[in-house]
Design a protein around this ligand. Structure first.
Ligand code: IPE
Ligand code: IPE
Ligand code: MG
Length: 249
């Protein structure tokens, strides 16, 4: 007799369904090292990394976690060798094209944060098409950070706010945290409850600096292509042991 398939997809019994994070941010790090450990070119790790991301997204649906935001390319990643940058840009475009139907079928809403104007036009139009085609989906809210950097995001918000003041549409006294956050790429997302970074690095690398003021952080030495359901389960167990105080007692 085979076990009912629901057993494979159910939330593990040692996790409390009532205190899961609502929004998880991930820094998908370690693709290059994963490949190098196998004497393979770094880009092989990026390919495998896509598979890990797809599996994680499915897990969010199965376990009822509403939002995932994944760091795919930072504003600093342009400094990598041209072949790797080109490979990544082509990979993003291909994956988007290949996976759009599945995203629609799975009721995923995909969005992007970062400066899209610097991406190649074909990728920009793939991104616009995917956002439009999934705009009304109610399932997992999946955000991909491409050409994203927190400092760029914050400076851009300042510039936009300054312009509104200059045009006489905004009084400086009205600028508060809420208004500022409305000018960030993430204006329609809640702040993350949990950050996961793989590969053993313990830094934020210019990711969601404003948004993560009170985010719980989880670091694991697992390389991103190996980050599977069991690894995510461990991260959630760690999250559920925390006592979030937000400055209170
Ligand atoms: C993360 O993996 C993916 C991107 C930054 C695009 P890396 O490519 O940074 O892999 P490592 O850190 O060099 O192993
Ligand atoms: C952060 O990883 C960016 C992404 C995962 C897209 P990096 O590998 O670029 O970060 P650093 O350079 O180690 O800080
Ligand atoms: Mg890295």
């Amino acid at each position: 007799m085979t076990a009912p398939s629901s057993l494979l997809t159910d939330l593990p019994s040692d996790l409390d369904a009532s205190s899961l994070p609502r929004h998880v941010a991930v820094i998908m790090d370690g693709n290059g090292r994963w490949a190098q450990q196998r004497q393979a070119p770094r880009v092989m790790g990026h390919r495998k990394g896509v598979d890990a991301l797809k599996a994680l997204l499915r897990c969010f649906k199965d376990w009822g976690i509403p939002a995932l935001t994944a760091y795919a390319f930072s504003t600093e990643n342009w400094g990598r060798p041209l072949e790797e940058v080109d490979f990544l840009m082509v990979l993003f475009e291909r994956v988007l094209r290949a996976e759009l139907k599945e995203l629609i079928r799975e009721d995923v809403r995909i969005r992007f944060v970062g400066d899209r104007t610097q991406l190649r036009p074909s990728l920009q139009s793939e991104i616009a098409g995917a956002m439009q085609a999934t705009a009304h989906n109610q399932g997992v809210q999946f955000t991909v950070a491409i050409n994203y950097g927190s400092r760029e995001e914050i400076v851009r918000a300042c510039r936009r706010i300054a312009l509104e003041v200059q045009q006489g549409n905004l009084n400086p006294a009205e600028i508060d945290e809420k208004l500022f956050a409305q000018h960030l790429y993430t204006h329609d997302l809640e702040d993350p409850d949990l950050l996961i970074r793989t590969s053993g690095e313990q830094r934020l690398s210019n990711y969601l600096l404003w948004q993560m003021a009170y985010t719980e952080q989880y670091f694991t030495s697992t390389l991103w292509p190996d980050f599977d359901r069991a690894a995510f389960h461990k991260a959630l167990l760690s999250y559920q042991e925390r006592h979030r105080r937000f400055g209170r007692l």
